[in-house]
Design a binder for this molecule. Structure first.
Ligand code: PXP
Length: 241
């Protein structure tokens, strides 16, 4: 079965919007596990506007499932953190500084030499590597040449076109996954996966090992818990019996 890694960055975004420690990010990681997630993902950015580097250190010591740190490996700060924390997996993402969210995969051909070098740094430290790629055959073949253990397929394109034509939307992902399987690369996926498009993706992409999901899952957690929260607040205001 495909594993679910919950990306808890959004909890940190809400916490940081008010200072203080509500919601508690470590609790969000531990609760994800308690509720059945197979792992926890964090995406520390150099400006620490979501997850802070100290959150990452704390979470690693506390969780029992798989820990995945994703981020921009051209930042030395990110490399040092990953080597210090030693998660089960590092996912390399070609983010620009200050980027709102990841919006493209690696050009594994242009960046081949750089990727070979950085991947060997992490693999020598005993950390499984995954690189974020678009569902393009040449990029998957290029990924193989870097020595990475896995690829993470960037699923925004799939999610965007799912409602218009899900067969067409998933086609490049199936082709990319078949190529990855043929080359012996593990397959992860993520970005904009949600309750509506996830099942079809997981059922049709062969060899899908793991999905990491943040935004939609946290939005659903808010909506699904909204009624409960309003009623609990009303109860606090009710006259004593
Ligand atoms: N994978 C990568 C590389 C990402 O950057 C993100 C977003 O931080 C995700 C997966 C999760 O995407 P979403 O928040 O849309 O579920």
């Amino acid at each position: 079965m495909t594993k679910l890694s919950v990306n808890i960055n959004k909890f940190a975004t809400i916490r940081n919007s008010r200072g203080g420690d509500n919601p508690n990010v470590l609790k969000a990681a531990l609760d994800a596990e308690r509720f059945g997630a197979d792992g926890v993902t964090v995406h520390p950015r150099p400006d620490e506007r979501h997850i802070r580097y100290n959150d990452v250190r704390e979470i690693k010591h506390a969780i029992k499932t798989e820990f995945n740190i994703e981020g921009n490996c051209t930042e030395q700060k990110f490399i040092d953190l990953v080597l210090e924390v030693k998660p089960h997996q590092v996912t390399l993402v070609p983010d620009a500084l200050g980027q709102l969210t990841s919006d493209h995969g690696w050009d594994t051909i242009k960046n081949k030499n750089y990727l070979i070098e950085i991947i060997s740094v992490f693999k020598n430290a005993g950390i499984r590597t995954s690189i974020f790629v678009d569902p393009v055959i040449e990029m998957v073949e290029g990924a193989k040449a870097t020595g990475t253990d896995r690829i993470e397929l960037y699923t925004e394109g799939y999610a965007k076109h799912f409602n218009d034509n899900k067969d067409a939307a998933i086609e490049p992902y199936i082709a990319a996954a078949k190529k990855a399987n043929e080359l012996g690369l593990g397959i992860n996926a993520g970005h904009d996966l949600d309750l509506y498009n996830l099942k079809y993706f997981a059922q049709n992409v062969p060899g899908l090992l793991e999905v990491s999901i943040g935004h939609a899952l946290v939005c659903d957690a808010i909506y699904l818990g909204y009624e409960n929260a309003v009623q609990m607040y009303k109860r606090q205001l009710a006259p004593n019996p």
